[in-house]
Ligand binder design. Structure first.
Ligand code: GLY
Length: 368
């Protein structure tokens, strides 16, 4: 990683602050799965319970910190988090395509680091659930349980579990399903200018796409920034796992759109690039996830503009971080969806912030 001395110093300092705070959190918050904070204290998701889609991020965050520090406390908390998730396997009807996030960042991450056999089993069960959601006619993986006919951009970060299962079992079916979905996404979700549609609606046969929807963004035709980030990093990860140039080209196209839009707002990442000027809502989860993708594009291409863009986004995000003990969370100003109408802390904001900083430290471990 070619960083200036000044940037290297900045990376080391922010990592130190992350480690100082998270090594305490790892002890204080381990027996439940945190989602956001209330009155400064972590709380779990209050609606969906154990099957909530973000329930692997805290465990994943602990693995990232373990990789970067080798501190046992992170490993112990990650292992506790993984076991808590077992209850979700007993609720088949509550599971969805986000099994990729849930067990990819916990069980698969642990198996890759420790070789634990039970973790391998958990990750393989999750990969099979994900693969079984494929719709062969429409070439997509079904996202949610309440709509058979939707494909959504977020799934690009779930399919890495299938690339892993393919290699682990020597069974290409998993990779074929992942690529079927990635190719459909490239065609139906990514617009010519590099912006991205959150949802594609398939017809009554669940085959051809009949329209796209704004989903968690501002509206039809808009550019929900977390969706842009799912695409940017997701296609880059697909490139890393398959070597396919078309995925790298797609990641770059989305990245170019993302960076041009961010430049206009001094690299503070808004919630939707095409929303009206007022009210202004920010979403740092999008910035963190995009920064991870931008750093990987830089590593693959050597083009400094992607590294510079990632650093500018992360530096702007630092202003929204709480590093003292006034709140258990770190990154603020994240947004569940544009219609939520308010920013908050969300656990995966901290995850992507740490992942990006770990990459800038030169760590090659890819948790996806
Ligand atoms: N995957 C759901 C979201 O990004 O909010």
């Amino acid at each position: 990683m070619q960083l200036t001395a000044q940037d290297k110093e900045w990376v080391d300092k922010i990592w130190e602050k992350l480690d100082r705070k998270l090594s305490q959190t790892a002890v204080n918050v381990r027996d439940f799965i945190p989602y956001t904070t209330k009155d400064g204290k972590y709380v779990p998701d209050s609606n969906e319970g154990i099957t909530w889609w973000t329930n692997g991020f805290y465990g994943g965050l602990m693995w990232l910190m373990y990789v970067g520090t080798q501190k046992e406390v992170y490993k112990e908390t990650a292992q506790i988090q993984e076991k808590l998730l077992d209850e979700a396997f007993r609720n088949y009807d509550g599971l969805h395509h986000d099994v990729g996030f849930m067990w990819g960042l916990t069980a698969k991450a642990q198996y890759m680091l420790t070789g634990d056999k039970n973790s391998r089993l958990r990750a393989l069960y999750a990969a099979n659930i994900l693969a079984s959601r494929v719709n062969i006619k429409g070439g997509y993986i079904r996202a949610w349980n309440w709509r058979l006919d939707y494909s959504i951009i977020d799934c690009m970060l779930n399919i890495p579990l299938l690339y892993w299962a393919s290699r682990e079992l020597g069974d290409n079916r998993f990779r074929y399903i992942a690529q079927l979905h990635a190719d459909m996404t490239m065609k139906e979700h990514i617009r010519e200018d590099g912006s991205v549609a959150h949802i594609a609606v398939h017809n009554e046969d669940c085959a051809d796409v009949i329209e796209t929807l704004g989903g968690q963004g501002y509206g039809v035709g808009s550019a929900w920034t977390r969706g842009q980030a799912w695409a940017l990093y997701g296609f880059m990860i697909s490139h890393i796992h398959t070597g396919e140039e078309k995925y790298l080209e797609t990641a770059k196209r989305v990245a170019d759109y993302f960076l041009t839009a961010c430049e206009k707002a001094n690299y503070k990442v808004v919630t939707d690039f095409l929303a009206p000027e007022e009210p202004v809502y920010y979403d740092n989860t999008a910035g963190g996830c995009a920064a991870c993708g931008l750093i990987e594009i830089y590593k693959a291409t050597g083009d400094k503009k992607y590294l510079d863009g990632a650093i500018k986004i992360l530096k702007a995000m630092e202003e929204d971080c709480i590093f003292d003990d006034s709140d258990q969370s770190i990154l603020q100003n994240c947004m569940e969806s544009y219609s939520a109408g308010k920013e908050m802390h969300i656990i995966y904001g901290d995850f992507f912030l740490c992942e990006a900083i770990l990459k800038l430290k030169g760590e090659e471990y890819l948790i996806w």
